[in-house]
Design a protein around this ligand. Structure first.
Ligand SMILES: [Zn+2]
Length: 149
């Protein structure tokens, strides 16, 4: 979590830990995220990942009070939690996507099992993006077609 907070500071976003009931709050216009002291580290980390996404909504934040947009923004923020947590989980597995057990992942990160299809979708995309021995294959291409610069 320290690494994420440092990175955010570098990006111009300050994270403050305060006493409040709400797990996290995003003060979009002052580039600030407030995180509650009352929760454990995993919950706080997920809250940061959630609130962070709301900065992408900055230009539409006036729509936040409208139910449909509110739901959409909240859903996107929650998807960001799943996505960033999955990236971290994969890093723990030395980047081996094949080792990911999505149910265990959801359980370890205390995420709703409703996100299972989304996790599967993310994993499928990742597998398509990084074919095995990708680098070797491209080198082979260059070796065979010597004219390729
Ligand atoms: Zn939110």
């Amino acid at each position: 979590m320290d690494k994420l907070i440092k990175w955010l500071k570098h990006e111009g976003i300050e994270v403050y830990f305060v006493d409040m009931e709400e797990v996290g709050l995003c003060l979009v216009n002052s580039n600030t995220i407030l995180i509650s002291n009352l929760y454990n580290e995993l919950t706080q980390l997920k809250a940061i990942r959630h609130e962070l996404k709301h900065f992408d909504h900055k230009d539409y934040i006036y729509l936040y009070d409208q139910f449909v947009y509110h739901s959409k923004m909240e859903y996107e923020a929650e998807q960001n939690v799943v996505k960033e947590s999955l990236n971290e989980y994969i890093a723990f597995l030395d980047g081996d996507i094949e080792k990911v057990n999505y149910l265990k992942f959801l359980e370890d990160y205390e995420l709703d099992s409703n996100y299972a299809p989304y996790v599967i979708q993310l994993l499928t995309k990742m597998k398509l993006r990084i074919p095995k021995n990708n680098l070797e294959n491209s080198e082979n291409c260059i070796a065979i077609h010597g004219f390729v610069k």
